[in-house]
Design a protein around this ligand. Structure first.
Ligand code: SF4
Ligand code: F3S
Length: 374
């Protein structure tokens, strides 16, 4: 990876030192570095870095010394929703990270080139950055070799995936389609759609599930690789524990109503108007792992449950075939063991504290105390 460092690139683009450090803080937060042990960093002006922001210094040092990270982004059987979510994210600095500072060498939706030109650009990037680039995959893959499903330039999705994976240092599968097959995988799954981990066994694969994936979860994962050169600790479905360590239910703002046994029975009843728990309307929050309840969407504005809709479980395998979206779950609601490793879940912890405070306020409002669990 030759070329200027990320900081030099940002400076050239007119980013001030102040904005750069703010950006480092955002990245540190996204990576969940708060709990990491302090490190000594030399070379940074003391007046620019406060003593209690060791993790920000560590990020800043990395960005000042490391060249940009090349990314090749393939799309297969998808709706481009993850790309849409990323480009419409309300976190412009993080989007810049992916779209400009990190260098997306090839992206089928965002590329200005088309046809043969685009294909040549991809081949050139794969050759130039062989063994160094991150391969991002959006969309499911059809492993059927008869070449009638999802072909691009006359080549099958399986062929294209295997070719790009061969030169990748690691692969990030984004969205439910690339991770678990998504909608194309739904019964009867005519294309035999599967996710990347089902096909690529000789490279590290990180799953950022969700429909679409939360942009900050994607960029936070990429940021960790950029700064430390390591991938996050993963759960048994290849998802970063930092962001998938607890269920939606565990951090849900309607949880006090659940605990109080107060449920909406329809979308327009008094319970719905009061913001009661949506469990009886089919909420899959108790069995769905993601950061929606803490990071939320649109810059932390809201997420499905806050907006009045049950969680559909879009971050889990087979969510299209997992029973009716609006059918209440019968599974027991045991709390899972929370496994947060290393410096994980900074964003979740910070926002979770905020959520706990909000929950306490709701508890007070509805008159529930700790001994009043239903
Ligand atoms: Fe929130 Fe759904 Fe759990 Fe109710 S069941 S507390 S709405 S996650
Ligand atoms: Fe999906 Fe549930 Fe989050 S439907 S967006 S995992 S709240």
């Amino acid at each position: 990876m030759a070329g200027e460092t990320i900081y030099e690139e940002m400076k050239k683009a007119g980013v001030s030192r102040r904005s750069f450090l703010k950006f480092c803080g955002l990245m540190a937060g996204a990576m969940g570095l708060n709990a990491l042990p302090p490190v000594q960093v030399s070379g940074l002006p003391a007046n620019l870095v406060k003593p209690d922001t060791q993790m920000v210094k560590r990020v800043a040092q990395a960005l000042q010394s490391k060249p940009r990270l090349p990314v090749i982004w393939l799309e297969f059987q998808d709706c481009a929703g993850c790309t849409e979510a990323l480009t419409r994210s309300q976190s412009p600095t993080l989007v810049n990270l992916v779209l400009n500072q990190i260098t997306v060498e090839y992206h089928e939706t965002l590329s200005a080139a088309a046809g043969i030109q685009a294909e040549e650009a991809k081949q050139a990037a794969m050759k130039k950055y062989a063994g160094q680039y991150i391969l991002v995959v959006e969309g499911s893959i059809s492993p059927k070799d008869d070449g009638i499903y999802c072909t691009i330039g006359g080549r099958s999705s399986l062929d294209l995936l295997q070719e790009a994976a061969a030169g990748a240092v690691a692969i990030i599968a984004t969205g439910n389609c690339a991770t678990f097959g998504g909608l194309p995988h739904a019964n009867p799954n005519p294309t035999g759609a599967v996710g990347v981990v089902d096909l690529i066994k000789n490279k590290p694969v990180v799953n950022i599930s969700g429909c679409p994936a939360i942009p900050e979860v994607f960029t936070g994962t990429l940021a960790q690789f950029l700064v430390f050169g390591t991938l996050p600790e993963l759960d048994n479905l290849h998802r970063p524990k930092t962001f998938y360590g607890v269920t939606i239910h565990d951090r849900c703002l309607r949880r006090p109503f659940y605990e109080a046994g107060k449920f909406a029975d329809s979308f327009d009843d008094e319970g719905a108007r009061q913001g009661y728990c949506l469990y009886k309307l089919g909420c899959k929050g108790p069995t769905t792992y993601n950061s929606c309840a803490t990071l939320k969407w649109s810059g932390g504005l809201s997420f499905p449950i806050q907006s009045g809709h049950p969680c559909l479980g879009c971050s889990e395998p087979n969510f299209w075939d997992g029973g009716g979206f609006y059918q209440g779950q019968s599974a027991p609601l045991d709390r899972p063991v929370i496994a947060i490793a290393g410096g994980a879940a900074a964003a979740g912890i910070v926002l979770g504290v905020g959520m706990a405070l909000a929950n306490n306020a709701i508890k007070k409002a509805i008159g529930v105390d700790e001994g009043d669990k239903g």
